[in-house]
Ligand binder design. Sequence first.
Ligand code: HAM
Length: 423
Amino acid sequence: MTSKIEPVRTVKGMRDLLPPDTDLWQRVEAEAHRIFAAYHYGEIRTPILEETALFSRSVGADTDIVMKEMYTFQDRDEESLTLRPEATASVVRAYIEHSLYNQGGIHKLYYIGPMFRRERPQKGRYRQFYQIGAEVLGSESPLMDVEVLEMLVLFLERLGLREYQLLLNSVGCPKCRADYVKSLREALQRVKASMCGDCQRRAETNPLRVLDCKVEADQPIIEKLPKIIDHLDPECRQHFERVTSELQGRGIPYQVTPRLVRGLDYYTRTTFEITSGALGAQNAVLGGGRYDGLSEMLGGPPTPGIGFSIGQDRLILAVQAAGGLKSETPLDAYVVWMGDNALPLAARLVRELRAQGLSVEIEYDPMKIKKAMGVASKLRARFAIIIGEGEISTGRYQVKDMTTGQQREIEPGNIAAYLKAQL
Ligand code: HAM
């Protein structure tokens, strides 16, 4: 009797990314590297595992992320570790740990990598997802907020995205927030009995979090709650006005969205999200904002900061929906050989072409010419190069342009140059 072996599958909410999709992922990343370089950001790579306290202190102990979504475990020495649910806290930790503030000036850092949140999986929402993010440390200027937003808009446009909305808000500073939270708390006392269980709890522990409740029935109640934008102190109001007037001046459309307090506790002043209609329920392509108190919360010196994280999985979905960049793994040439004598010559040619940077494929099992040409078309090779007895004796190989059907005989040493001239 044979027992059937159950195949092992990916963990729920986690997925494999395969070619040709990964080609699109790479091109999006290449575009990100280019734009970050243009705006003078340097790459930072932080560990995926961090001490749990890093996130409870920064993201906030009463947020959904920390309360419900983190992958936290005890290491063998009892230390509590967490798979990073986001990277801003790690970047600020690194900024403090390496005393980057001693170098003075502004630090602009970016990262690309996986994050982990144990959310309910659905389209555009995964338990391992990827972020392309950037953080600016050391500038309080509203013009830096605008520079960050301008860079984002340019990036999205380069990827062929047009249908998106920039939502903007200010959550003020701890001073004006205290005043706002007081009136929010009072308003909630009157209505919380008819809200969901989470909101009833948040009304006591962290009233701001009520504003990002997603429960349908709570929405009309939330709409009528006091708005933080009406409680900003003069400095925060001035900061926000400078951001909006400068955005107008640069022709960047935005929509002030008073409920946008974001699901993490570290924000101050400017907060923003960009949403895309192409994405369905999980429509936030990216989110970010200012976090002027975060460095101090993590034991560092006072340092203003602003940044964003793009959900790369969602960005890719939006790019695909917009029909911008196409995913493909381009193949410049497929080499077809016939007969044992042709194989070493074919293998040598493939090596030479690849060394010249061309993308080339060969198969090492013998095949009839018709089948081999079929493979060349299936792989969408631009050229097929054919080497058989006839070609060996003339010393010239057949080079067929698969798009035009045109065929030429070319000496092996000249093939790379010919292909490059044609591609
Ligand atoms: P966040 O809003 O929590 O912000 O996440 C940013 C983006 O990551 C979201 O807009 C979304 O596109 C993507 N994202 C979040 N969760 C998932 C998920 N489960 N599956 C797929 N995509 C997801 C932050 O993480 C902050 N660190 C942003 C920031 C940087 N603020 C200042 N600097």
